[in-house]
Design a protein around this ligand. Sequence first.
Ligand code: NAP
Length: 264
Amino acid sequence: MPQDELFQVADQVVLVSGGTRGIGRALAEGFALRDAKVWITGRQSEAAESAAAGIKTSRYPVRGLGCDVEDGDQIRSAVKTVVSTEGTIDTLLNVAGVNRRQRVETYTDADYDFIVNTNQRGSFLMAQAVGREMLAAKRGGSIINVGSLNTHGPLKAVVPYAMSKNAVVGMTKGLAVEWGPAGIRVNCLDPGFILTDLTQKLWSDPTMQDWGQRNTPLGRLGRPDDLIGAAIFLASPAARFVTGQQLFVDGGFTAGYAWPIPLD
Ligand code: NAP
């Protein structure tokens, strides 16, 4: 499709970690339809390949790779595969993430490790592997991590998740400082309430839906494709002087508080 040069991502090599479903899949399609060369990953290679084949695209077919971000070797190998095929990676969308909602007293060590190893350690190892390639290529690049509105203020019953996402924000700022001189921009996209597999059960409750809509100034829950514009912006020349920032895409949820009764 024709594009404003400022927001151009055509011909960029874009790696989407966690692109088989939900937000990652929507972002992969958003970039593919704007002529980027998109690779998506998920834990299973077959699922990743079949998800890639189902993504709408314009110029280049989307490629799928198995890469479990709990395993550093799989991360480094997936990044090598993309770089040896495409020659480079211009943009990383560091999306893969998980959650388990429960009272803090009930988390097992295994629950904690599952959440933190995926969201925090996995995001770090992925950014590190891609950053190494970007540094070696000396062409700069853009890394877009995915945080959460839980970094603004945690919701109840997600303590390890909120901890891991705050770590992702800390990492974003640290990497921006460390890699800025090499022209690598690192930012964090913070989704609000987005309807995906991760949140479907929560939002299937009508009381929850009503609460979410009433407390979101734009009056609705989010869709995965609501994130596309912000991600394109962060990956494009329009954001060439933007690094180390958090961008909330949440319909205004974190802007303030709604009254429970109409006051007008
Ligand atoms: P989702 O629909 O459950 O999709 C999660 C994606 O992550 C899938 O593609 C999954 O792929 C991948 N994934 C999970 N564990 C992985 C692992 N160990 N290795 C590689 N890939 C893995 O979730 P979503 O709602 O789109 O969430 C995407 C990101 O946005 C997460 O970081 C989440 O924390 C964040 N977020 C979501 C919301 C929301 O309201 N939905 C709000 C704030 C932040 P496979 O299953 O194929 O392995």
